[in-house]
Design a binder for this molecule. Structure first.
Ligand code: HEM
Length: 131
């Protein structure tokens, strides 16, 4: 009886140890990432055009698109590097985008440009660390 219990415990433990990595480690979702990145690329292009034209309305819309993309990145595991860095960078893009939208509300072109530059710096950091 006792040896049977030990056997059951041993088998259960072996199963848990074997299954744990599959259950807890998520894989990098390349398709989802590329989809977000292509949308980011299009949004950034349109954002730069809007900034050039002094079109605050379109700039705010495109910044919101970038914020949505960055937020969606939080659900994805990075292909390399540290997830906490991935999250921090994407959360900071959300905040910089929101500050840029605020600058659109006050029609402050210099402040808008500064936040677009902040997004670009975060984009660069993200690609240096994870691409
Ligand atoms: C405004 C911000 C960003 C823009 C405009 C942008 C744009 C792009 C573009 C155009 C690609 C190539 C996609 C393709 O293969 O067609 C790409 C790839 C990639 N980007 Fe970004 N990106 C931005 C921010 C970020 C951030 C913040 C991260 C991570 C923290 C990131 C991680 C990656 C990765 C991992 C790839 C490679 C995808 C793969 O092929 O596996 N990007 N990005």
């Amino acid at each position: 009886m006792k040896s049977k219990m030990v056997l059951v415990a041993a088998v259960t433990l072996a199963l848990l140890v074997g299954l744990a990595p599959a259950a807890f480690s998520q894989q990098y979702d390349r398709d989802a990432t590329v989809k977000i990145m292509r949308a980011n690329g299009a949004a950034l292009g349109a954002l730069n055009q809007a900034v050039k034209a002094g079109d605050f309305y379109t700039a705010a819309l495109k910044l919101m698109d970038l914020a949505v993309g960055a937020k969606a990145m939080l659900a994805i595991q990075p292909p390399k590097g540290v997830k906490a860095d991935w999250d921090r960078i994407n959360n900071d893009i959300v905040l910089a985008s929101f500050r840029g939208i605020g600058a659109c509300g006050t029609q402050n072109l210099e402040a808008l440009k500064a936040e677009v530059a902040a997004v670009l710096a975060l984009n660069k950091e993200g690609h240096t660390k994870f691409r």
